[in-house]
Design a protein around this ligand. Structure first.
Ligand code: FES
Length: 258
């Protein structure tokens, strides 16, 4: 264990733990966009920047991305100085210039007193902030169905050659993890469409509701060892079934007690 100081309070942490995790555990809120518990930190959005120093640094300090910075004994951390406020405001200003239509960014920028970007807005921008959360989660799933293509300001996240991605299983992990809600999909009847690829959705055998894509179910059966029958019913029907079983058990216990 190590001792570090965050905003004047001495805090115990596990050596090597990332600073952002310790800060959050202390209930301190700092903005992030590219961080997600399911992903290794990547340091792409820079919003989690904090100020660090040490007593032996004689007043010298530096700014680090807390999601990527492992804690060490004696670290002195500040999370909310006026300089940090300006740094985060500038980052949000730049992000907003590139994605001026993003509700998420607009809301975050407002919290920093920024009502619109001070840079030339890219009105054609698609709200993608290039945090790569989507490609990273797809890689975690062992699929890598999408990736960055092109360079510079033309760079976009897309399937290979802009065609239906052969490795995509329609799980929606990329869409759900995207912090600015750029990735869209549709579910119509029992067909899901994402990245222009169509997937059959499994219908719950009890209520008929569409559940997950058959490709994703097959992936989970193979990789996670889930039983095939698990996907025959939706989560709601599973809950009802469990409640009924519990109720029957309680009734039985009452009968025995009488
Ligand atoms: S959360 Fe640390 S850089 Fe995005």
């Amino acid at each position: 264990m190590v001792n570090i100081t965050i905003n004047g309070k001495v805090v115990r942490a596990t050596e090597g733990e990332m600073l952002l995790d310790v800060i959050r555990r202390e209930g301190i809120n700092i903005p992030t966009l590219c961080q997600h518990d399911a992903l290794e930190p990547a340091g792409n959005c820079r919003l989690c920047m904090v100020e660090i120093t040490r007593t032996e640094w004689d007043g010298w300090k530096k700014y680090v991305t807390s999601c990527l910075y492992p804690v060490e004994e004696g670290l002195i951390v500040s999370t909310h100085t006026s300089e940090l406020h300006e740094i985060r405001k500038t980052i949000l200003d730049l992000l907003l210039a590139n994605s001026p239509h993003s509700d998420v960014l607009q809301k975050m920028a407002e919290e920093y007193g920024l009502h619109k970007t001070s840079y030339e807005p890219n009105l054609e921008g698609d709200n993608c902030i290039m945090c790569y959360a989507c490609t990273r989660i797809c890689e975690v799933l062992g699929k890598s169905a999408i990736s960055p293509v092109m360079r510079g300001h033309e760079k976009v996240i897309a399937p290979p050659f802009g065609e239906e991605p052969p490795d995509c299983i329609g799980c929606l992990a990329c869409a759900h993890i995207c912090p600015t809600n750029v990735i869209t999909w549709t579910d119509e009847n029992l067909t899901r469409t994402i990245w222009k690829k169509k997937f059959e959705l499994i219908a719950c055998e009890k209520c008929g509701k569409a559940t997950i894509s058959r490709d994703f179910a097959e992936y989970l059966i193979e990789k996670r060892g889930l039983p095939k029958e698990y996907f025959n019913t939706c989560d709601d029907c599973k809950r009802v079934e469990l409640a009924q079983k519990m109720g029957a058990l309680v009734d039985k216990a009452k009968e025995v007690a009488l």
